[in-house]
Design a protein around this ligand. Structure first.
Ligand SMILES: NC(=O)c1ccc[n+]([C@@H]2O[C@H](COP(=O)([O-])OP(=O)(O)OC[C@H]3O[C@@H](n4cnc5c(N)ncnc54)[C@H](O)[C@@H]3O)[C@@H](O)[C@H]2O)c1
Length: 283
């Protein structure tokens, strides 16, 4: 596996493209928005500069990484000769099902179709394709170049060969794979999102301010980042989408997004990416 494609050039897509390119893969980065592709390439260059400044890589390695990434707005052109396609588009079932159906149509029969979804059923996405045995979850963590974990999710039809191939691929790019079964939110978000939602509810009820809530979880539970800061980092829209998918998937109102979370998303306060969430950030 040397030729890959990444669909969606947002927060996660640019990080996934960065890591694969840095490990010598030929990466096609695909997004419907050319502005998103431009922004992704700027972000990758900025993150590589940071690695150069810290002497993790040299200038030559930075340039080599950048030349490995080619941008496309046309999905068919971007996926047609690939060994692996990783979908990292917006967390929305309808969007992802449409992408999986297209990916299936334009890729070779042996191509592995992975998704970086945080919560949507892998089995459901696989059903949109003619090769469900090749469909698997590859849930990278944010920021991708830094975080070691990749949650690998087997759908009902995922073949053992595909799981093995993705586990060794994950190890080969310096990440640590953890294999789980398909269930709403998998493991990472099933545990994380109710905690973030509870922190938002406590903030909404005025039990404490954002900085104090975060400080309590950092000092008391040895979390490196408090839940409200982490929510800003992940994106409040992404958090809301994941909670809704878990509420729907488990048919359990305990996952219902806090009213404040919904209000903030509706107001366009999505966290770091819009400059405002529970904290304010310079864009
Ligand atoms: N943000 C996080 O911390 C995080 C962590 C792990 C996993 N994820 C998951 O990664 C995925 C992407 O999340 P993100 O935070 O990068 O989102 P984002 O909003 O930053 O980026 C999504 C990108 O997908 C593009 N897109 C939408 N429809 C498309 C289509 N049909 N074809 C091609 N591109 C399309 C958008 O233009 C946008 O650039 C989601 O499934 C999310 O749940 C996010």
């Amino acid at each position: 596996m040397k030729k890959i494609a990444v669909i969606g050039a947002g927060t996660m897509g640019n990080g996934i493209a960065h890591v694969f390119a840095q490990n010598g893969f030929e990466v096609n980065l695909i997004d419907t928005q050319s502005a998103a592709l431009d922004k992704a390439m700027q972000t990758i260059a900025k993150n590589l500069d940071r690695q150069v400044a810290k002497s993790i890589i040299n200038e030559e390695a930075k340039q080599a990484t950048l030349t490995k990434i080619i941008c496309y707005t046309n999905l068919k052109e971007g996926v047609q000769d690939r060994d692996l396609v990783i979908e990292a588009a917006t967390e929305n079932s309808k969007i992802k099902i449409a992408i999986f159906s297209e990916m299936d149509q334009y890729t070779n029969p042996s191509c592995i179709l992975a998704t970086n979804t945080s919560s949507i059923s892998i089995t459901q996405l696989a059903e949109a394709t003619q090769k469900p045995a090749n469909v698997i979850g590859m849930h990278f963590m944010n920021p991708v170049p830094v975080m070691k974990l990749v949650e690998i999710i087997n759908g009902k039809a995922t073949s053992a060969e595909v799981t093995d191939a993705i586990v060794s691929l994950t190890t080969s790019i310096g990440k640590i794979p953890c294999v789980v079964k398909d269930a709403p939110g998998f493991i990472a978000n099933r545990i994380l999102m109710p905690m973030i939602n509870e922190a938002i509810l406590a903030f909404e009820e005025g039990i404490s301010d954002a900085a104090t809530i975060d400080q309590i979880m950092k000092l008391g539970m040895a979390h490196p980042m408090g839940p409200l800061q982490l929510a800003d980092y992940i994106g409040l829209d992404v958090c809301k989408n994941i909670l809704e998918i878990m509420e729907d998937g488990f048919q359990n109102s305990k996952y219902k997004p806090a009213a404040l979370l919904t209000k903030m998303v509706e107001a366009g306060k999505l966290g770091i990416k819009t400059g405002e969430g529970f904290y304010t950030y310079q864009k």
